[in-house]
Design a protein around this ligand. Structure first.
Ligand SMILES: Nc1ncnc2c1ncn2[C@@H]1O[C@H](COP(=O)(O)OP(=O)(O)O)[C@@H](O)[C@H]1O
Ligand SMILES: Nc1ccn([C@H]2C[C@H](O)[C@@H](COP(=O)(O)OP(=O)(O)O)O2)c(=O)n1
Length: 288
């Protein structure tokens, strides 16, 4: 795609200067080269990704919003929580208890060797297997905080998350959208430390919140839909689990859940999914 044409006055000025200096004005002329440089510059601006960092506590609506937003804008999507969930699952599959300090190196090895991919907006793959459903059980949620507070695991995943955001590790593709005649490509990443640690210079940072009872009810409904009569937990159980995980996330020493200074708070307690997606889409359009 070519960039914005130089304005006529600038081209005329260059043409006049070239004539004065007796320079050629054909395809290898200064104006032609200046136009090519302007095009390259415009393309460089367009190839810079618009990065949206979404953080917040569990079941506040981050991933639902991030996915729909990514779909609407044609952006890539990286679910950083799913990566911690996948490592927790892999520990369980290998009978490694992450709470046992003696297993520290084994947990690091698991994280180092785990290949986590997002082939579509809704799919999570671990070592080539679709684990999208397996990672969302309450059992994984209850055991994840030990993995999330392991600095070696965080370091390994942080590295992968930054590479994914740059497109250096294959992820969901950004096709982008047209705005003012330019193609805007981007990526949405959600988690706990995206705006503070992973992408501190993201173009837009959102901190999503919702009342804990509302979050518990939403997560309960989701689990009920997935597990049906097999679900043994009540809304109160889900609320207790969420509170315990929030506490672990807010108080851990490394990369705690924190609202970045320049993040915009969005409370979704009384919003519909469509309203929260539209609100962030509006913020994106205001900035590009
Ligand atoms: N505004 C909303 N109204 C009703 N349900 C919602 C809303 N936002 C999210 N949900 C639902 O709440 C549950 C938790 O949302 P999710 O996006 O998974 O949260 P998070 O990624 O923050 O853990 C999902 O089942 C989702 O469909
Ligand atoms: N960037 C991130 C993302 C998730 N985590 C950890 C802490 C979270 O409690 C778990 C699960 O995250 P996830 O976003 O999947 O959880 P919820 O869907 O919000 O319940 O992973 C993290 O430490 N850092």
């Amino acid at each position: 795609m070519s960039g914005t044409p130089m304005d006529k006055a600038a081209a005329a000025r260059i043409q006049a200067a070239a004539a004065k200096n007796n320079q050629p004005t054909g395809t290898d002329s200064f104006p032609a080269r200046a136009q090519a440089a302007a095009d390259r510059n415009a393309n460089a601006v367009m190839s810079k990704l618009f990065r949206i960092a979404i953080d917040g506590p569990g079941a506040s609506g981050k991933s639902t919003t991030a996915k729909q937003l990514a779909k609407k804008l044609g952006f890539g999507y990286i679910d950083s929580g799913a990566m911690f969930r996948a490592i927790t699952l892999k520990c369980q599959q290998n009978n490694i208890d992450p709470s046992d300090i003696a297993n520290k190196d084994k947990v690091t090895e698991i994280a180092n060797n785990a290949e986590i991919r997002f082939p579509t907006l809704d799919q999570v793959e671990l070592d080539g297997q679709n684990v999208s459903e397996l990672i969302r059980t309450s059992n994984i949620s209850r055991n994840i905080s030990l993995v999330a507070s392991n600095w070696a695991v965080r370091d390994i995943l942080a590295n992968q998350q930054r590479k994914m955001a740059k497109g250096e590790i294959p992820g969901t593709i950004s096709t982008g959208f047209e705005r003012h005649g330019k193609l805007v490509k981007g990526v949405v990443m959600d988690g706990r430390d995206i705006g503070t640690v992973i992408l501190p210079d993201a173009e837009l940072k959102i901190f999503i919140e919702a009342d804990v009872r509302i979050r518990a009810q939403r997560r309960f409904d989701e689990l009920k839909k997935r597990e049906g009569d097999a679900l043994t937990e009540t809304v109160d159980d889900v609320e207790r689990d969420l509170e315990a995980r929030d506490l672990a996330d807010y108080t851990r020493k490394i990369a705690p859940l924190l609202k970045a200074k320049d993040a915009i708070t969005l409370n979704t307690s009384h919003l519909s999914i469509e309203e929260q997606v539209d609100a962030i889409e509006k913020m994106v359009l205001e900035r590009v």
